[in-house]
Design a binder for this molecule. Structure first.
Ligand code: BGC
Length: 756
């Protein structure tokens, strides 16, 4: 009783504290806003980048400099480095009338200057603590270098590997995606924005950007509300619930209205239904792009965005140039401008910028934190955990350091593609090539040959090389390169071919209609296969690929995504068995593009196909199976994990009872290893059609060789809930299948009944 009282008093005190902090912030912002002119308020809604044609030595263009001095800029992005950010902040503090500090944002997507694996790779670790830590490390480094705002996490559910931006997210599943979204927000913000080592997260791209028709970037999205609520919105909501202080609207339309001007999305759903209190920023010129969507001229689309609830206009200056006129003409209200301005000022207040505009500009912190040894070590650890072992026949992996290894392939001795897409602050010169990593590891006999270009197509290479050379076309003919690689292979015990996509073959505006490995590299690995030597493929990519020949012919496949700065060291760690691979796919790998979408959690049809063989008048294809090549949740280990029988505490439950599901897991292999034990549920009868399978829990378990552990999950009615056709979130009584296993395909299943 006494303890309860104390807790109660503590809660009251905490609520009082929170309130008084809010009151203090309101008083401060009210006071400031009283002094602001309409132009200055509109100025806060303007987010710019440094501007083109910057004179040597200047941090921003003279045009942007004047705007800062005139109070026409609320924040900048794309200014990188503590000293530069300090200079730009000084402009605002010394030259603008009200000395309102600027926000400094950047695309801190997978690490900052120390580059981690691409987010899709990180998601394959299924290691939520580690993913949170990756955001924490990135925040520590980025804030030490002057930044206070990260345009991350990207939490768009993506089920179409043709879409290049699948690389930036956590894959196809709302449950895993939500866990990762919340972890990233926690990592960036750490529960306290005012600390000098935390920054404001920005959940993006709100919403549904990953569902672009045909996987073509920026394309139309059209989706039922039931699908939205159950499958696509959960990660954004999880990030909002985790306290993300900002959110970015997406480029696509929703119900025919671009997200950036969509009032239902930005106000009704986000603010009213979800209670979001932070600021909403547009995506890059997404206000202006509504002109091309056919929503009107710049004045109209800017008013549309403000009316919808969009606070800050990224780059396009539609707000800056038209809102005053719209206010005069009654197309927007003073209150809307005030509300947007207030939210941006509140963000600055929470970041502590009014106390100290240079809070994030401490040169001593920059010197010790940026690219520090601990961050490099973290990058290596994160990379090893993101790799997925797709195949390992006859235990060809791990390799022995005494083996003679033919290391071939266009990505084997390459730095420029290791960081992956959206590594805007990363430095590819710091990347460790695989060849170097393998030598660092102490392998004694390594024979290297490039073997092929990433692609032989010069026109294609030109499109990929927009940010520098990623596809480097050799002067030698394709045959000469293959001959050299084959000669090297013939002298070795084992061939390791490092192949795949260049980093800019995925990412923004990098959609592909074919998602295979380019022909030049296929020709190489086919020639290597003919040598009869064991063939290990290390495949780098920003998206799932179609790997039919590879999976049928290679002896082992390690899928490493784009691993980041420590690529070579991390790959060597895994190839030689210093680290046992434990990644599991967060997206299904299709057999061919025609199967897309091929995610595991789809609905049943009225004519389901019982297996993979063709059946007339069932739902299937004449020329390909329904199943993916590699299912969601799939990934091997150097160990072999054996699952005991699935045991349930009860098969008949009522109301709020709790069900326990457990299995005994045994490591039957010769190495210590981690296994991700996965829990799925199928709701067999519902008022709307329910998915065939839904991930509802997972545990990553470390077992020594020979060790056994019981892995248990507790299941409550909360895990059975979904949005019904009236968008009511609840569970419905009936039969369910409880499933546990090593991936979404290989599961044990027990039926239960749960009544209300
Ligand atoms: C992307 C965003 C990014 C923004 C700023 C846009 O093109 O869609 O994800 O945050 O640019 O760089």
């Amino acid at each position: 009783m006494k303890r309860l009282m104390t807790l109660w008093l503590l809660l009251i005190a905490m609520a009082g504290y929170g309130q008084s902090a809010d009151v203090k912030m309101k008083t401060y912002v009210d006071g400031l806003m009283k002094k602001m002119t309409l132009e200055e308020k509109i100025g806060q809604l303007n987010l710019l980048t440094p501007g083109g044609g910057i004179a040597t030595g200047a941090v921003v263009s003279s045009d942007v400099e004047n705007k800062i001095a005139n109070g026409q800029v609320g924040g900048l992005f794309g200014v990188i480095g503590e000293a530069k950010i300090r200079q730009a902040q000084e402009l605002a503090i010394s030259r603008s009338r009200l000395k309102i500090p600027l926000l400094f944002g950047s695309d801190v997507i997978h690490g900052y200057k120390t580059t981690f694996p691409i987010p899709l790779g990180l998601s394959c670790s299924w290691d939520i603590e580690m993913i949170e830590r990756s955001a924490r490390v990135a925040a520590t480094e980025a804030t030490a270098d002057g930044l206070n705002w990260a345009f991350s996490p990207m939490v768009d559910i993506a089920r179409d590997p043709r879409w290049g931006r699948i690389a930036e997210g956590a894959g196809e599943d709302p449950y895993l995606g939500s866990k990762i979204a919340a972890a990233m927000v926690r990592g960036y913000q750490n529960g306290d924005l005012s600390k000098d080592n935390t920054l404001m997260a920005c959940v993006k791209h709100f919403a549904l950007y990953g569902a672009a028709d045909g996987g073509r970037d920026y394309n139309t999205v059209d989706m039922s509300r039931v699908k939205m609520y159950n499958e696509y919105l959960p990660p954004y909501k999880a990030a909002v619930d985790a306290g993300s202080a900002s959110i970015m609207s997406s480029f696509n339309v929703i119900d025919g209205i671009p997200a950036t001007g969509n009032k239902w999305l930005l106000t009704d759903l986000l603010r009213k239904e979800w209670g979001f209190k932070g600021m909403v920023v547009s995506d890059y010129t997404s206000v202006n792009e509504m002109i091309d969507h056919g929503m009107g001229d710049l004045q109209q689309v800017s008013a549309l965005a403000l009316n919808a609830g969009l606070d800050m206009d990224m780059v396009g200056e539609g707000y800056l140039t038209t809102l005053k006129k719209s206010l005069k003409e009654g197309k927007v209200t003073q209150k809307q401008i005030d509300d947007a301005c207030r939210r941006i000022l509140e963000a600055k207040y929470k970041l502590g910028l009014f106390d100290d505009p240079y809070r994030y500009c401490k040169s001593d912190r920059a010197a010790t934190e940026v690219l520090s040894a601990d961050k490099k070590a973290a990058a290596r650890e994160f990379a090893t955990k993101s790799f997925v072992l797709l195949k390992n026949n006859n235990q060809v992996l791990p390799l022995k350091k005494t083996n003679s290894i033919a290391l071939v392939g266009p990505l084997a001795d390459n730095k420029s593609n290791m960081l992956g897409t959206w590594a805007v602050s990363g430095n590819a010169d710091l990347a460790i090539p695989v060849l170097q990593g393998i030598k660092n590891e102490g392998a004694t006999q390594v024979l290297y040959a490039k073997g092929a270009n990433i692609s032989d197509d010069t026109l294609y290479a030109k499109k990929i090389n927009v940010f520098g050379t990623r596809i480097d076309i050799d002067k030698r003919s394709a045959q000469e390169m293959i001959d050299e690689a084959v000669a090297v292979a013939n002298r070795a015990d084992v061939v390791v071919a490092v192949i795949g996509e260049a980093s800019e073959m995925s990412g923004e505006s990098s959609s592909r209609s074919r998602i295979d490995i380019p022909e030049s590299q296929i020709n190489l690995i086919k020639a290597l296969k003919r040598t009869g030597k064991p063939l290990v493929l290390v495949i780098m990519s920003g998206r799932p690929l179609t790997l039919n020949w590879e999976s049928a012919n290679a002896d082992a496949i390690l899928f490493t995504w784009h691993p980041g700065q420590e690529a070579g060291n991390a790959i060597a760690d895994v190839l030689f068995g210093d680290v046992n691979p434990s990644g599991k796919l967060s997206t299904s790998f299709p057999r061919n593009v025609g199967q897309i979408p091929v995610h595991y959690n789809h609905l049943n049809t009225g004519r389901p196909n019982p297996g993979d063989a063709f059946n007339k008048f069932r739902s299937n294809y004449l020329d390909v199976e329904n199943s993916p090549l590699y299912p969601f949740g799939y990934g091997l280990s150097y160990s072999r994990f054996e699952y005991g029988p699935l045991q349930l505490s009860s098969a008949a439950l009522k109301g709020n009872q709790v069900l326990t599901a457990s299995v005994q897991l045994t490591n039957k292999g010769a190495y210590a290893g981690e296994e991700v034990v996965q829990l799925y549920i199928r709701d067999l009868v519902g008022s709307i059609a329910r998915p065939l399978n839904e991930l509802k829990g997972f545990k990553k378990v470390l077992l020594k060789a020979g060790e056994s552990k019981t892995v248990s999950f507790t299941i409550t009615p909360e895990d059975l809930k979904f949005y019904n056709s009236a968008l009511r979130y609840d569970w419905e009584p009936g039969d369910f299948e409880i499933r546990i296993g090593t991936n979404s395909r290989d599961l044990q299943s027990v039926k239960i009944n749960w009544v209300k």
